[in-house]
Design a protein around this ligand. Sequence first.
Ligand code: ADP
Length: 261
Amino acid sequence: QPITTDMGTLTRQIDRYANEKKLEIETLKVREEYRKEFIGNVSHELKTPLFTVQGYIETLLGGAMDDKKLREKYLSRASKGVERLSYIIKDLDMITKLEVGDLSLNKQRFDIIELVKNVFDLFEMKAGKKKITLDFDRDYTKPIYVFADKERIQQVLTNLIVNSIKYGKEKGTTEVNIENLIKNKIIVRVTDNGEGISKDNIPRLFERFFRIDKSGSRKEGGSGLGLAIVKHIIEAHDEKLYVESEIGVGSEFSFTLEKAK
Ligand code: ADP
């Protein structure tokens, strides 16, 4: 190997090397920041339900245990808290897999109408508690076949429908509507007439852990991961996701899917 004696070339080589190293360090720094922020968010989200459960257990140990009614009340609340914790952990697991691109899609042909009906059935009780009606906007007599990852699309529908119940108003309606878009695409819309979302908050909705403080969301106790998961799944399918909303009027979340033959 001839040694370069040309100082110009040498300086350029050193500069290039230094730049590469700088970039590497910057990437590592960004990753480290991201990791710290993620862990910070996770601990924050887990703390609230954990403290609640701890509170109920302490109350029980402090004497409430002896009273049958109180015992049942606090045990069932503690159990709800643990259930919430497990939902958050499930969401965390999902978002981590989605963010590191560790989740391969298992696409198949299925009837989207039937899937929506299944999700409606699962959340009928939850909706009933707020007297919310879950409905199709019209009678779909024929199946509509799509080609996608059924389990993941079920998750998307679940997250959107659960949100429409959580942030919907008492005696409101959640409506699903499915339409042909262009020749090989359909669009699925989930519409509610709930509290709505302000223009300022719309761009941040799909960030993980983002929740609107003023909305019922704190009380409702989710993880702030639902819409981030939705966005990842739709993007992994190379499909589009839209949101339209107006404060006091309601929201509409929609996504496209590929039609199957
Ligand atoms: P969360 O677990 O808090 O529901 P999401 O990621 O699903 O997390 O939603 C993020 C935030 O967006 C919610 O906390 C809520 O403030 C707002 N949001 C989501 N869906 C709706 C909706 N249908 N109507 C009004 N606000 C909504």
